[in-house]
Design a protein around this ligand. Sequence first.
Ligand code: HPA
Ligand code: MG
Length: 214
Amino acid sequence: MARGLQIRDEEIGYNKNLFCIPKHYEEDLERVFIPHGLILDRTERLARDIMQDMGSHHIVALCVLKGGYKFFADLLDRIKALNQNGDKSVPITVDFVRIKSYCNDSPTEEISIVGEELSTLSGKNVLVVEDIIETGRTMKALLSKLKDNEPKMVKVVSLLIKRTHRSPGYRPDYIGFEIPDKFVVGYALDYNEYFRDLNHICILKEKAKEKYRI
Ligand code: HPA
Ligand code: MG
């Protein structure tokens, strides 16, 4: 079973003043939780693992927007690097779906999936690229929609997976980091659309949740 890099419940992260943070977010953040460099290092290894398993056939990389876009771009860069430096290489094409399932720091009742015509995935090896899996509810809804289009194979990679009692136990095929049950932002993960423009994954201050609440 896939296990990502484990971040323990006791982990408090890092003093944000030791890192570069955009000025407009300085007062909103409590701590840096996963520095950008560590995200990229872990991503490089995920790219290698994925290519080892899937690297013999054309891959369609399916980005789950909006939260997945940074991880998607960096993961594909690492996969491209392997493709141009190794003895074997496969073509990668890309597709996008947009899913909205969060408002403030809580899941919404409705999961909306908008996107591309998914019938292009028929008969393909599909790699779904997601930012975070919490209950697995969003991913299950997406996977059932994908299955209707009869892809040849579907694998899921998630940068983060949260340890939570709310999880019914869904686990993706590849995991970047397994994190405690805290709300995190940055590296394209948002709070009501803010904080996507922040490189590090960080913990929000409670008063920032009030400030950006809708
Ligand atoms: N941060 C941002 N988006 C999310 C999270 C989170 O912790 N969990 C689910 N969507
Ligand atoms: Mg979100």
